[in-house]
Design a protein around this ligand. Sequence first.
Ligand SMILES: Cc1cc2nc3c(=O)[nH]c(=O)nc-3n(C[C@H](O)[C@H](O)[C@H](O)COP(=O)(O)OP(=O)(O)OC[C@H]3O[C@@H](n4cnc5c(N)ncnc54)[C@H](O)[C@@H]3O)c2cc1C
Length: 406
Amino acid sequence: MLEQDEFMTLSKMDFDVSEEQKLILDQVDRACSQIRPIEEKCYLERRRNDQVGPVFAKAHMLGLPISRRFGDGQVADMVTYALAIERIGREGTGVRTFFSVHIALCQLTVQQWGNEEQKQRILTPATKGERLLAFGLTEPGAGSDPASLTSFFEEKEGRYVLSGQKTWISNGSIADSALVFAYPKGKRDGMCAFVVDRDSAGYSAKPIENKLGLPTADTATIYMDKVEVPKENLLGPRGKGLSVAYYGLMSGRLSVAAGCVGVIQDCLDEAVRYAGVRQQHGRKIGRHQLIQRHIGIISTNLEASKWLLLKAAHVKQKYEERPTDMGLREEADLAITKAKYFAANASFDAANRAVQVFGANGYSYENRPARHLADTRVTTIYEGTNEILEQKIAVGALGKDFEAYS
Ligand SMILES: Cc1cc2nc3c(=O)[nH]c(=O)nc-3n(C[C@H](O)[C@H](O)[C@H](O)COP(=O)(O)OP(=O)(O)OC[C@H]3O[C@@H](n4cnc5c(N)ncnc54)[C@H](O)[C@@H]3O)c2cc1C
């Protein structure tokens, strides 16, 4: 039987697309059509696609869920935002990762935790693509356990001085500013979040080469050697850095889930198209039952992922409207975790099956399934590995007494 709360959530979910949402989604669709040939060319040449920002900025899509008070903010609700990112996800995980970082991990976090001056200063240019953002939490020795990071800051003449290294940072070498997390020197608590500008002395970034996938997206290591950060760049209250980071990750995971739904959709479209034209043993391969099995599984996982995504976006929207409601926060966190976990795994499975449907042609980056297979592999690693999310989901069922770590 449904719990009362669960029933209330389900009964209020309405996913009819309004005229306003349709305008946004049409705009996103047009920008996606524009980026597709550029992305394909960059992929085959294995170089960064530097047109993602400009194309989507021109379409006014770089501040989708941000308030209209800031630059190009479109004040899209979380469901519209998720549908937009899903559409972008079809263009590839490299394209979508740019959005997850620039908008979800960074802009939404600044909107939630920043003061008015910071929001004006950071969000106004960021929503127009004039200031690109990165999110620097991971370090060489701190991944799944961000609380173990070793970057640190000291205070000197009214400024913070930051030292440390952040690695595997998406947009890391192209971002004008990065949200970074560090402890006070010599301490293992009181983490703080800062906005650090690329042109600060002692700050440098180096792209990571030879990645398994995402050749069109930037991933970098950031080095901070006594970087001076003005007081006004502390983001959120002192000592609340981990809460700032976790808020960012919640938004980021929703965005990853949405992108993965897009990947599954594209794999389904490609598999159906190919199975409808390729002939073997005197018939279209779509008539062979074992090919139908691949398509049936992708199609079912698409629908399951999409429902999990829509529910997660719906609950996140409720939380955005009542940010002090900790019950809602937990509900949103769990729903988003499930959606990200399921959609990420389903997207890799869908890409793998689409490659199989294509046979040898699926083994070439000339075709979309191969690119999805290489790229979506990261989605079970970043923004919470499968193993970490499985534990979060289990604790959601078992209760907090079973939490291994906070
Ligand atoms: C392409 C790419 C882009 C990225 N972008 C960003 C970014 O923009 N910003 C950012 O901050 N980070 C980013 N990351 C880093 C990413 O978030 C981390 O890789 C992730 O958190 C995992 O950390 P790790 O790689 O250090 O793995 P580890 O934490 O070392 O984990 C290794 C393995 O051990 C498992 N494991 C760890 N702890 C436990 C446990 N308690 N129980 C069970 N299993 C466990 C993990 O699940 C994993 O399978 C990116 C990574 C990649 C690959």
